[in-house]
Every structure is written in C-alpha cells, then in structure tokens.
Design a protein around this ligand. Structure first.
Ligand SMILES: *Cc1c(COP(=O)(O)O)cnc(C)c1O
Length: 380
C-alpha cells in the first residue's frame, strides 16, 4: 500500500488533523465537470486547460511566463537542465529541506553542496560563500513553510559569484518579500501541486515561473520530448507535462487560494499570539518585510519529543518536518566532506514541531492546542 494512504488512515483518529483533503474536495461535482470537458474534447495532453491554468497561476503572483510540469521535483529538474547545469557542476542547497529539493540536483548529474540553515529554518546567507568553488553554478533556495528567504543577501551573493538562482517555492505560493511574490527573484521559481501543498490537485503536478523568455521557451521544449512540433525535435527532452485533467482540477481549486491563505494566516496569527508568551517555545521572528503564507506552522520547542507525544495522545496531530536531516540520509553521505558540519540543521531537526494550521482548523481547535501546550509546560 502507498505509505501516504496509510498515513491518512491513521490521521482519522485525531481530533485535530493535518489532513484537510476530505473537507477541501467535498464539493466534488465542481471538479468533475471540468474533467468531463476534457474527456469530451479528447484532448488529454497539454491543450487549453493547461494553458488556462498556467495563465491564472502566473497572473496571481505577477510572473511573466509559466510552464505546467509533472511535479515540483521536475520543476527543479527542468530548471537545472534549462540552465545547462549537470555533470561536473556543483549546486548549493539548504541542508534543512524536504528531500525533493535534493533529488533533482542529483538526477541532473550535478554534485549537491549543503549550506546550513538559520534557526528560522531557511538557508543561512552568511554560510553560503565559503561553500562556493569554481565549479559552483547555481543555488537552489527553499522558502521553508512559506517564509521567504533573505533575498537581498542571496541575490547579492549570487550576482557576485555568477550563480543561477532556482527558488524552490513549493511552500510559498502567494508569499512575498518586500512586496514581490516568491518565485520571481530567481532565474526560475518552482512550485508543487501535490495534494498537501497549498495549490493542490488530485495527483502530481508542478509549475515553473520565469521572467526570462528564452528559458521559458527551452523549458516548454524540455517538458515535451524537446519537440518544436509533431515532426521536429530541437533538443533532447523529457515527458514532464502537467496532466490536462489535473489542470482542470487546478483551474477550479485556485479560485479559493486567496481565501485559504487568509484563513491559514489568521490561524497562524492566533497561534503566534499565545505561543510567543511561552518561554519553552521559540517562534521564527515574524518580519514585516515578509508576507508569509503558512504552508506549515513550525516552531522550536523544548522537550519536543515529550510534547509531541502529549499532543498526539490528546488528539492533536503534531508532526516533525523532518526528523532526519538531509546530510544524515544514507545515500547522501558520500556528498558530505569530513570537515563539514550543520549545527543549526541538527538543532532544528531535533527541536522543530509542526501544528495543523490549515483552513479547516477553527478557533476552538486553536484554543485546545494552546491549552494543551500550556498544560504540558506548566505541569513540569
Ligand atoms: C513538495 C516539495 C517539493 C516537490 O514536490 P513534488 O510535487 O512532490 O515533486 C520540493 N521541495 C519542497 C520543499 C517540497 O515541500
């Protein structure tokens, strides 16, 4: 059985769950009607739904070009290929992220080089430069949990060292930094449409945004076998198209994204106001130059493992994203040099906790979570 399905099944035992899919897609008919249209047209690959969804997707975040692809992972992979990054190149990435930031770098044939994070979970700009070598071609940054990285510093470093920037914005649709939407800072911005991301479809999907026309043209070729048209091939490509049926789902779903984001952010604010007063908890500083979009609600907690156990026993699906840092993963070890260390990443993975923050969490749920956390710390 697919491990995700097993995970969802277990989740139903909690009063306050991370999984919001049953509620979100309860109005299934609105979505089915778009699928019916695709079937009627018999246009099962690319076509007008994919184009329409790309246009809506990019307009909301004020981007110039947008290409629908197979997944968030492929969005990063095709970005690297379009930028001619591969064998003999080094690519920087944060050591604290989901594994899908790393895999496409390795798949492209490049060597991943890890940079430690700060205690706000994002890449530490002050640790980037001493990882740069003559082979370094690009940096993949991650706007963790919807919190945009320190882009001023990162752009400066990238310019000085002629590095391409790929933004893993899989958590950050509608997030902003100094009034610019995440994904618009780098050469490309990469998004996932996975069911557990904020813009989500009924399977896999991804989006790439860019301001660069020639990159846009190249990515469009790469996602569809490198074909200019039915007969003529321009480059070697892949099959990484955004599925047309999923685009139809996306067109319907994305109508609600502003509302979902507002509710998530409202919930985060309510949690913030109480949790900030608990000594044993450290929230990332909420910087006014950032408009965060709470894909996840994460913080640092003392006695984390005991707190998680306590919350889960009391019906709250508290989670760890992610307990084993990248550099400790078995296949990754060969890329780590002896003298390299990632103290913040290790600290974060030992102390981070995520609470459900999605649009179906209500005030009562939040009061209960806060009550339980206060009870846990006061009783010790
Ligand atoms: C989900 C995710 C991805 C990739 O998403 P898929 O669509 O599942 O391939 C990449 N990076 C981060 C940080 C993610 O959370």
């Amino acid at each position: 059985m697919n491990y995700l399905i097993k995970q969802y099944k277990k989740d139903t035992n909690f009063k306050i769950k991370h999984n919001y899919l049953p509620e979100q897609f309860s109005n299934v008919n609105n979505y089915i009607k778009n699928i019916k249209k695709v079937v009627k047209r018999n246009a099962f690959t690319l076509g007008e739904d994919v184009e329409k969804f790309e246009n809506i997707f990019k307009r909301k975040i004020k981007s110039k070009y947008c290409v629908g692809v197979n997944s968030g992972t492929d969005a990063i992979f095709l970005s690297l290929k379009a930028l001619n990054i591969g064998y003999n190149d080094e690519v920087l990435l944060p050591s604290f992220t989901f594994y899908a930031t790393l895999n496409p770098i390795v798949a492209a044939g490049a060597r991943p080089v890890f940079v430690d994070c700060k205690k706000d979970f994002n890449i530490d700009p002050s640790k980037i430069e001493n990882k740069i070598t003559p082979k370094t071609k690009a940096i993949v940054i991650v706007h963790w949990a919807g919190r945009v990285c320190d882009m001023n510093k990162i752009i400066k470093i990238a310019k000085k060292n002629r590095l391409k920037i790929i933004e893993d914005s899989c958590h950050a649709y509608l997030s902003k930094y100094k009034n610019i939407y995440a994904g618009n800072f780098g050469d490309t911005g990469c998004f996932s449409l996975h069911p557990l991301k904020n813009v989500n479809v009924w399977g896999d999907g991804g989006m790439i945004i860019t301001r660069n026309y020639s990159l846009y043209k190249k990515i469009k070729l790469l996602r569809n076998h490198g074909l200019l048209n039915r007969e003529r091939m321009k480059v070697f490509g892949y099959n990484s198209r955004l599925d047309t049926i999923q685009a139809g789902i996306g067109i319907e779903m994305i109508k609600t994204i502003e509302k979902i984001t507002k509710l998530r952010n409202h919930n985060a604010k309510l949690l913030d106001s109480e949790l900030a007063q608990i000594n044993e908890i450290t929230l990332p500083e909420r910087n006014i130059i950032r408009y965060e979009n709470f894909q996840l609600y994460c913080f640092i907690a003392k006695k984390r493992d005991k707190l998680i156990k306590f919350l889960r026993k009391n019906g709250v699906d508290a989670k760890i994203h992610y307990p084993i840092p990248m550099h400790k993963q078995e296949p990754v070890k060969k890329y780590i040099k002896k003298k390299e260390s990632f103290p913040n990443t290790e600290f974060v993975s030992k102390n981070i906790l995520s609470l459900p923050v999605h649009q179906y969490i209500n005030k009562k749920n939040i009061r209960l979570m806060i009550h339980l956390i206060k009870k846990f710390y006061n009783s010790r």
